[in-house]
Design a protein around this ligand. Structure first.
Ligand SMILES: CC(C)(COP(=O)(O)OP(=O)(O)OC[C@H]1O[C@@H](n2cnc3c(N)ncnc32)[C@H](O)[C@@H]1OP(=O)(O)O)[C@@H](O)C(=O)NCCC(=O)NCCSC(=O)CC(=O)O
Length: 466
């Protein structure tokens, strides 16, 4: 594990449990949507809030409320305090499970940083090593189990606070993890204001709502074992963080404003004509824009390639038949694959629209069956790895900037786990929220590629006349 940057000092470490006796002793089997994430790692976000007070004030006035509201929130999100354990015994239908019991707890680290809060929570390129120390680390285990949640609060004295959240992807997707963060924030906010919480509804912790009539769980597990001959149980990938490995990796954000999005949508609709064969949305044009910029930023890699690939997750709760409740705690994602020819993608005046058309067609294609071809998804993802598909993490629909712990909206939200898969772009609604309607894109790249991306971004914006 990489060491913390010298600007970060750990002040204390806590274990926070749901209130005693408030959660069931339960074993929740993983579903076919979960099991595919076993060999991955945590999805991490940092929420930055201005906080112009000393650390001692934070510790005496805010930390106790953050801890008690976390405890009460874990009562509803108790699987996140549990651990994934491998199947026990010889039974062929034994499954990986999230084992939960009274007394489970999650690690919460309190740290202090002497770094410049304004700079760290800005949009401009910052060395990834500088944010690395703010990210909570899931604790190591020696029994093959997988802990699911870790939290870190870092105080920048008289400047601000960051809240780091790391949730292992095998536990849940972004829909659920943002549900957890917003529920914690609402509970904390309510305690600060001494009002009854306007909390989101509690989650549904019942994996039986994911029907599996075709036995996808075992088909996917078998596929995973075939792809990884070392055999079961699939070991978590211990990928070295780019920030720790590559001193020159930087993180930066780019904003696509509402006006720009409207122009992109108009252009995409004009290209698609009236056939209705494609789907044009903010998500589609934002991905297309990022894609066209990324292939320019990484021109060396793409030189001589015939096509470029894009991979993104589709949230399936409302698309399944019957639909799964929106508040279901777990994973409910499928991959969506898009390929576009390089000659189309790099056209200055039309590349973004060609990309948008291809993405829109792929989304439209989901109407032919949301689980169609599920047995082959993993194989396809693995086979695409050498092609370095651009992947999308996060989604503007989850409104991460609404997470208010009582200090107002975050000044910045970063999805730092994108560093683990080079070529990943994180998406969120822009900080000004739904009103402004812009999109924020986050990237982690070697500094030279980031400079090229920034150049491509400005150039592509100029073609739109913005
Ligand atoms: C497949 C999609 C990406 C396609 O998105 P689109 O926006 O193009 O299409 P759509 O049908 O969802 O939406 C069409 C229009 O309705 C609006 N709309 C629809 N549903 C909405 C909702 N629940 N909340 C707010 N707006 C919504 C959209 O903003 C859009 O309008 P307008 O055009 O105005 O915008 C999406 O449907 C989807 O599944 N999104 C969630 C993906 C997700 O969960 N990603 C995180 C994965 S986990 C992760 O990332 C962690 C990791 O792996 O690292």
């Amino acid at each position: 594990m990489a060491s913390l940057p010298s600007s970060v000092t750990v002040l204390d470490r806590f274990q926070v449990s749901p209130p005693p006796g408030s959660v069931p002793n339960a074993s929740l089997p993983l579903t076919f949507f979960d099991v595919v994430w076993l060999p991955t790692g945590p999805v991490e976000r940092l929420f930055f809030y201005p906080f112009p007070h000393p650390t001692s004030y934070f510790v005496s006035h805010h930390l106790p409320v953050l801890k008690s509201s976390l405890s009460r929130t874990l009562r509803h999100f108790y699987p996140l305090a549990g651990r994934v354990v491998p199947p026990r015994g010889p039974s062929p239908d034994a499954k990986f499970q999230i084992r939960c019991s009274d007394g489970d707890s999650v690690p919460l680290t309190l740290a202090e940083s002497s770094d410049d809060f304004r700079q760290l929570s800005g949009d401009q390129s910052r060395g990834f090593g500088r944010v690395y120390g703010l990210i909570p680390q899931l604790p190591p285990t020696d029994d093959g189990s997988i802990p699911l949640l870790a939290l870190q609060i870092t105080v920048f004295p008289d400047q601000g606070v960051s809240i780091g959240v790391a949730v292992h992807h095998v536990a849940c997707d972004d829909s659920s993890s943002i549900h957890f963060v917003k529920s914690w924030a609402a509970a904390c906010n309510a305690e600060v204001l001494s009002e009854s919480p306007l909390s989101p509804l509690p989650p549904l912790c019942d994996p039986t709502v994911i029907a599996d009539p075709d036995g996808l769980y075992y088909k996917i597990l078998t596929e995973m074992q075939n792809l990884k001959p070392a055999g079961p149980p699939p070991a978590p990938l211990d990928l070295p963080p780019v920030g720790a490995e590559q001193g020159d990796a930087v993180i930066a954000s780019f904003l696509i404003g509402r006006e720009q999005i409207d122009r992109l949508k108009q252009g995409a609709m004009a290209r698609a004509g009236t056939t209705g064969a494609t789907h044009v949305s903010t998500f589609v044009v934002a991905c297309a824009f990022a894609w066209a910029c990324l292939v320019r930023a990484q021109a060396g890699f793409y030189a001589g390639k015939k096509s470029a690939h894009l991979l993104f997750s589709v949230e399936c709760r409302g698309r399944l038949e019957p639909p799964v409740p929106a508040g279901y705690l777990g994973n409910c994602l499928r991959p969506c694959f898009v390929e576009v020819s390089m000659s189309d993608l790099i056209k200055d005046d039309d590349g973004v629209f060609a990309a948008a058309e291809a993405i829109g067609r792929a989304i439209k294609g989901l109407e032919h069956g949301i689980l169609k071809g599920a047995e082959g998804w993993l194989q396809k993802i693995v086979s695409l790895t050498p092609e370095r598909p651009m992947s999308i993490a996060g989604s503007p629909r989850y409104r991460v900037y609404d997470a208010d712990f009582g200090w107002g909206r975050p000044i910045k939200v970063e999805m730092t786990s994108i560093e683990k898969t080079p070529g990943t772009v994180s998406l969120a609604e822009s900080r000004d929220g739904g009103g402004g309607g812009g999109i924020e894109m986050g990237l982690v790249l070697p500094k030279r590629d980031m400079d090229e991306f920034a150049r491509a971004f400005v150039m592509a914006s100029s073609f739109l006349g913005t």
